[in-house]
Design a protein around this ligand. Structure first.
Ligand SMILES: NC(=O)c1ccc[n+]([C@@H]2O[C@H](COP(=O)([O-])OP(=O)(O)OC[C@H]3O[C@@H](n4cnc5c(N)ncnc54)[C@H](OP(=O)(O)O)[C@@H]3O)[C@@H](O)[C@H]2O)c1
Length: 321
């Protein structure tokens, strides 16, 4: 079957290890099933994997991808929850110390077919296309959990979303707007700021700009480049939720500001199967839809990876196998 996979890892030149070609069909173990993938979405996780973050040389070749929507063996339309917890784990799957994401230990979703535990299948409602549904399990689920589970925000409060063009950021802007939050966003790029406002942001600012007032919470996935601005932008007692660090992992912590202003710094990763179900229901009933930058045939996956590595995106890249 056709798949996009890592055959090597290279911290400096991630695309050098990317192959798009034939891989063996998946062989699902007991309790697992196979999904015919109709659409699969790209995430920065896939670029990190090609850089060797989370993927070791002895695991190669590895099919990439955490996001898929497709048809299961019974002919039902499904979305795949990418967090795989141990068989005996109960409760929040993201907190299982043995949990893994698709494409880390098990072959990923950028393929014609993917094997997944049966319990990781969530029904896809007819309101969502396969392309839209494929955007939900990673970037959109991460934004959902940051906003509605971790931030403590209530409708009417103000949230700042850093790096407006990213998959998580566009999801946070759209979801925050639909949830009645005042959404402010930053981007280095004027065109992306305009897109953020079109998507539902109440205002968009240049990266690092002084804001009209301090905000209740900041959603951070850019990391080093925006961290200091995130801390500076919070009101006393405000909350910084961090789920990513695209620009680097080592910003100064600014501890004095954290304790004098009694800020809360909270990590967030992916989301539970229940949260994915709730996100899908929200999209179906409230009419929120993922912003898709481009849909490409899986055979042209390299073009999507190149755009993501260059930061030349607004929203999600989707592949159709
Ligand atoms: N913890 C989790 O479960 C989880 C889940 C999903 C994603 N993530 C992580 O979250 C991060 C975001 O992923 P993504 O797929 O949404 O988007 P992404 O493609 O990594 O882009 C995010 C945004 O980062 C900004 N950015 C990148 N480099 C920057 C720099 N040097 N200075 C300022 N801004 C910069 C860009 O904003 P502008 O161009 O608009 O300024 C870009 O639109 C990734 O690191 C990913 O691994 C984590």
């Amino acid at each position: 079957m056709l798949a996009a996979y890592a055959h090597a890892v290279d911290a400096e030149d991630p695309l050098a290890g990317l192959e798009v070609g034939q891989r063996p069909e998946p062989e699902p173990p007991t309790g697992w099933t196979t999904v015919d993938v109709r659409a699969a979405a790209l995430n920065h996780h896939d670029v990190w994997a090609l850089r060797g973050r989370g993927l070791r040389a002895e695991q190669l070749p590895m099919i990439l991808g955490t996001d898929a929507a497709g048809v299961d063996q019974d002919g039902s339309e499904v979305v795949v929850h990418a967090v795989i917890s141990a068989d005996d784990w109960r409760g929040d799957e993201t907190l299982d110390p043995r949990r893994t994401l698709l494409s880390e230990r098990h072959a990923g979703a950028l393929a014609q077919r993917v094997a997944v535990p049966r319990r990781n299948l969530v029904p896809k409602p007819p309101e969502l296309s396969f392309e839209e549904a494929a955007c939900l399990p990673t970037a959109w689920l991460t934004a959902y959990r940051m906003l509605f589970v971790k931030s403590g925000l209530r409708p009417g409060q103000t949230v700042l979303v850093q790096g407006a063009g990213g998959g998580v950021a566009t999801a946070a802007i759209a979801l925050g707007h639909h949830a009645g939050l005042r959404v402010w966003a930053t981007s280095r790029d004027e065109a992306k700021r305009a897109r953020a406002v079109a998507l539902g942001a109440d205002a968009a600012f240049e990266a690092g700009a002084r804001l009209p007032e301090r905000v209740d919470a900041v959603l951070e996935t850019v990391g080093e480049a925006t961290w200091a601005h995130s801390l500076r932008s919070l009101r006393p007692g405000g909350t910084l939720v961090v789920a990513g660090a695209t620009s680097g992992f080592g910003p100064p912590a600014d501890l004095a500001r954290v304790f004098f202003l009694q800020l809360r710094v909270i990590g967030s990763t992916m989301g539970t199967r229940d949260e994915l179900e709730a996100l899908i229901a929200l999209c179906a009933t409230a009419g929120v839809r993922p912003l898709i930058d481009r849909v490409l045939p899986l055979a042209e996956a390299r073009e999507g990876f190149r755009a993501m590595e260059a930061g030349d995106l607004v929203g999600k890249v989707v592949f159709t196998p």
